[in-house]
Design a protein around this ligand. Structure first.
Ligand SMILES: [Zn+2]
Length: 193
């Protein structure tokens, strides 16, 4: 007797439709990471942790996000740049084909954001600077349950890393910034060349 295999389909946008367009390819990465870096610089200018994110579909930016909630010391760990951008994505009518969306993030997404991007069926994640303390993309997906293990989200890292790194160095070198001060990430960042 053959056991029927059930596939969990968390999102109506998970499977490609007839007008499916694949996520941007590598030649577009530099250009769109530049858009995410603009968001990161806006966050930095407001005293926030300098992370930016843009969501790209059909070769254009469809949602922007930048980190909020770190400048006031309030401990907000929800308004990460990726989550801000995703909230804008889910309000769009009609909804874009998620598998054709690429998320450009100036820092490697944390576990929360990585999971949220996978759950939404985002096609690709491209990041600039690795998060040596809290990055989530290194988790062994093959050891997780099927929803994550079978995710087709692809990851590319290190795109325009130096520009993102320079923002984090400036952030951690400023004694008026207290977010993750004296953390492993701060030490790691300030020791990068
Ligand atoms: Zn995050």
């Amino acid at each position: 007797m053959t056991k029927k295999t059930e596939r969990f389909s968390p999102s109506p946008f998970r499977f490609p439709t007839s007008d499916f367009r694949p996520p941007p390819s590598e030649p577009d990465d530099d250009r769109f990471m530049g858009e995410a870096l603009i968001e990161a610089r806006k966050a930095f200018a407001r005293g926030e942790f300098p992370v930016g994110c843009v969501l790209v579909c059909s070769n254009r930016v469809i949602a922007h996000g930048r980190r909020k909630g770190t400048a006031d010391g309030g401990g907000n760990e929800l308004d990460h740049a990726e989550m801000v951008a995703l909230r804008r994505l889910v309000k769009m009518k009609p909804a874009p084909e998620a598998a054709a969306v690429t998320a450009y993030c100036t820092m490697e997404p944390c576990l929360m954001c990585f999971s949220a991007l996978m759950l939404h069926g985002i096609g690709a994640i491209v990041y600039a600077y690795e998060d040596a303390m809290g990055g989530g993309t290194v988790c062994p997906r093959e050891r997780l349950n099927p929803l994550y293990r079978d995710s087709r989200t692809v990851i590319r890292g290190g795109i325009r890393r130096a520009e993102s790194l320079s923002l984090f160095k400036a952030f951690f070198a400023d004694p008026t910034n207290h977010y993750w001060r004296a953390s492993h990430l701060a030490e790691y960042t300030l020791n990068q060349r």
